[in-house]
Write a protein that binds this ligand. Structure first.
Ligand code: SF4
Length: 360
């Protein structure tokens, strides 16, 4: 059961994906290849697609990379977002090349006239624009020592550019207000959400490595999602972007906002543990990430892997499949019923074959 009420936002189409208006929170990521190398970029996007990424963003540092966009788009299946800084002409080229959405940063795209030109061209092409405000590129935000005032400055900067788009009767707008500080970020999103109903792209920027970035993003995004804020998320990690997608799904699934794939319930182990559970869980996770049909399930397959019979049978009965450890073996449950025993060295094989059977 969900424990929050989603804030109502406007529905926006990003290619074939709808965000806002009560749609599922969409998972997105960003390539970190050299986007001038279109083949390497396509390879990485295909990996992201396989992991379940629904929208992909690519940064376009120059005209050469913008001119590659059409080739990249033709080779991939998911909507492609062009991320443009400094030069609005690159954004115009990205529109020409078929981008499904533009992300511009008002802190560095330049004059209001340039934003106006982009609004006109994006409207003609029927593509949305994300106003992506980032604390790092807005000098004004750093004039304040207080998170509250910084958040207000972030929200005002976004609003200023939203108003320019609205003046041009452009309402296909998505907004993000990112800072590396969680408190500032949450406050900024809340300020903005109280003023406009455009869908919000959530992220904690420059969150860090896989470990620290995951924790920081889960804390920040989790609080906002719990409050019903957020229509699409990017978990920003200094890592292979595939990790961002995995983390995003895991976060959304733990909050019951997305329900596909696999949910593994496993105990932390203790001196009662009868099998090498840490190794077993890590192998099951690795092998399930290669099962393609998992993401297409309408609800997650729940698998319990438990170290002993203290809590094991209860959790295993509550899952679609589960095993509770006994000395070098385990009692196997399916849909709440005990169906046999499995030797410890066969747990991974057995569980994977049961998951594959479930996906057929
Ligand atoms: S289920 Fe058993 S092994 Fe796992 S933490 Fe609980 S008591 Fe320890």
């Amino acid at each position: 059961m969900k424990f929050y009420k989603r804030t109502e936002t406007k529905k926006i189409n990003i290619g074939s994906v709808i965000i806002g208006g009560g749609s599922s929170v969409a998972v997105q990521s960003m390539t970190n290849t050299n986007s001038r190398d279109w083949k390497a970029t396509v390879r990485q996007i295909k990996q992201l697609e396989e992991t379940g990424c629904e929208i992909v963003r690519i940064s376009l540092p120059d005209m050469e990379s913008a001119c590659n966009l059409g080739r990249i788009k033709k080779s991939i299946k998911i909507p492609l977002v062009a991320d443009v800084h400094f030069d609005y002409k690159i954004a115009l080229e990205a529109i020409k090349q078929g981008a499904d959405k533009l992300r511009i940063n008002p802190g560095n795209i330049g004059s209001k006239d340039k934003i106006s030109i982009l609004a006109k061209e994006a409207r003609k092409a029927h593509i949305p624009i994300r106003i992506g405000v980032n604390a790092g590129s807005l000098k004004k935000v750093h004039n304040f020592s207080d998170n509250f005032l910084r958040a207000k400055a972030l929200s005002s900067a976004a609003m200023e550019h939203v108003k320019i788009l609205e003046k041009h009767n452009f309402q296909d707008i998505v907004v993000s207000l990112k800072a590396s500080n969680i408190d500032t970020t949450i406050k900024a999103y809340k300020f903005f959400a109280s003023k406009r109903n455009y869908p919000l792209h959530l992220g904690i920027t420059e969150a860090g490595s896989i470990f620290s970035g995951t924790v920081k993003s889960a804390a920040g995004l989790g609080i906002m999602l719990y409050d019903g804020i957020g229509d699409t998320i990017r978990v920003s990690l200094t890592a292979n972007p595939v990790e961002e997608v995995k983390t995003a799904y895991s976060l959304l699934q733990s909050m019951e906002l997305r329900s596909s794939g696999i949910e593994i319930v496993s105990c932390p182990t203790c001196s009662r543990c009868e099998v090498d559970l840490i190794k077993i869980v890590s192998e099951v996770e690795k092998k399930t990430s290669a099962i393609k049909n998992l993401k297409r399930l309408s609800k997650p397959v729940k698998v319990a892997l438990m170290g002993c019979i203290v809590n094991g049978p209860g959790e295993a009965k509550d899952a679609d499949f589960g095993i509770a450890g006994e000395k070098n073996t385990g009692i196997l449950f399916k849909n709440g019923k005990l169906i046999g025993k499995v030797n410890a060295d066969k747990w991974v094989e057995k569980i994977i074959s049961m998951i594959k059977g479930y996906c057929r």
